[in-house]
Design a protein around this ligand. Structure first.
Ligand SMILES: Cc1ncc(COP(=O)(O)O)c(C=O)c1O
Length: 401
């Protein structure tokens, strides 16, 4: 049998998805699994999106433009204008989700072997995109005690090397929920200017901020040509399956390169772009009730966790995740046990274990942490938290015997 490449062999399972077979087996045994492991919102996709999809009546579902359909690029530019950002449609490249925008951004800014500086814990797929690109993700730790905000300037400076090509920021953050301040972005802008770096801003949760204000990398003076915004309709319009996102840059070479990459994969999904155009025109008021719903869920998840002895977490300011410290020595083993050995009245919970959100991934960091996504309605979240409380107690008992 031929042998697959070392890159393929060493590519890890997604820490968010790898327990899925155990969850399926639990469901087969009739157990209800509260899925807190993945950021799949249950907020209905807007009817405007689904109607546009149903109304797509072309005789042939043909290839579209590599850079995205002009109507969608214009609708996105309008959306950014309403959000206070001046972006021309020509500075927007439509991608297959924020995922493809991240992959393009990494490959545009860095040679294989170069470094991108990021801050851990981070969205676990950054590691996947970096591996696909041959780029080294150099991760500086952020700490719960500091609200998972950026480390001190001296620590960031010390981590920059001649091979560093970009700083990757995620705000509002997955998995911590932290929203970076304008001051933090100014610091990054200053360092980027001094060291000739790009700044990749992953802002796919930009509409979900409950405390403070979201500042975009595109709004920071000094980053005009350095900022690359990664964005997506997945979470914003609860349309994860549409696979529509974008890369935005005011650097002409970055846009031109992104379009060349885009030509290599021909075009993003065409009918879904029509649907995304319909929702991109809904205006910013569309997000108010959704943001309030997430705020209620955040409060319910936070209060539920606070009530569990030994569990510690911060109240997140944005996105829909929180990173919790659990009273277990190995959150991965605990997450497996939840699916294989535990149930309370026919229910259990599914978590994403902490180590996968750290560059090292071995468990040296984040070993007793888990990420929870508060993507369920408040009554369901309350049940899930009650179930988790029972599980933590039961686990302590089985570990003692
Ligand atoms: C921080 C962050 N960036 C990017 C993505 C990719 O999203 P998509 O490819 O669905 O747009 C996700 C998905 O969960 C995310 O959490």
């Amino acid at each position: 049998m031929p042998r697959i490449s070392s890159r393929a062999r060493s590519f890890p399972d997604s820490p968010i998805r790898k327990l899925a077979p155990l969850a399926d087996a639990a469901r087969m045994r009739g157990i209800h699994v509260h899925g807190l492991n993945i950021g799949q919102p249950d907020i209905p996709t807007p009817p405007e999106f689904l109607e546009a999809l149903r109304g797509y009546d072309a005789k042939v579902l043909a290839y579209g433009r590599s850079e995205g359909e002009p109507e969608l690029r214009e609708a996105f530019a309008d959306y950014y204008r309403q959000a206070g950002l001046t972006v021309a449609p020509g500075e927007i490249v439509v991608t297959a989700g924020g995922s493809e925008a991240l992959l393009f951004a990494m490959q545009i800014v860095a040679e294989p072997g170069d470094e991108i500086l990021c801050f851990e814990p981070f969205y676990t797929n950054y590691s996947a995109f970096a591996r696909m690109s041959g780029v080294t993700l150099k991760a500086l730790p952020t700490e719960a005690a500091e609200g998972f905000h950026l480390p001190a300037e001296a620590a960031i400076r010390a981590a920059l090397t001649p091979r560093t090509k970009a700083i990757l920021l995620c705000s509002p953050n997955n998995p911590t929920g932290t929203v970076l301040t304008a001051g933090e972005l100014d610091l990054v802008a200053r360092l980027a200017e001094e060291h000739g770096l790009f700044v990749i801003g992953d802002e796919v949760y930009r509409e979900f901020v409950y405390e403070g204000r979201h500042t975009s990398v595109l709004a920071i003076p000094g980053l005009e040509r350095r900022a690359i915004l990664v964005d997506s309709v997945s979470k914003r319009y609860s349309a994860c399956g549409a696979r529509i996102g974008c890369l935005v840059s005011r650097h002409p070479d970055v846009v031109a390169a992104a379009i060349r990459f885009a030509q290599g994969r021909l075009c993003p999904p065409v009918a879904e772009q029509r649907a995304a155009t319909a929702v991109a025109r809904l205006g910013l008021g569309f997000f108010d009730p959704i943001r309030e719903e997430y705020r209620r869920r955040r409060d319910a998840a936070f209060e539920g966790l606070q009530a569990i002895p030994g569990v510690h977490c911060l109240k997140p300011a944005g996105a829909f995740y929180l990173m919790a410290e659990l009273p277990v020595s190995d959150a991965e083993a605990f997450s497996r046990w939840l699916l294989t050995d535990f149930q309370k009245d026919g229910e259990t919970v599914m978590l994403a274990a902490g180590p996968g959100f750290y560059a090292d991934g071995s468990g040296a960091r984040g070993r007793s942490q888990a990420r929870l996504a508060y993507v369920l309605e408040v009554p369901k979240l309350a049940r899930a938290m009650a179930c988790l409380a029972e599980a933590v107690e039961a686990y302590a008992a089985v570990r003692v015997v």
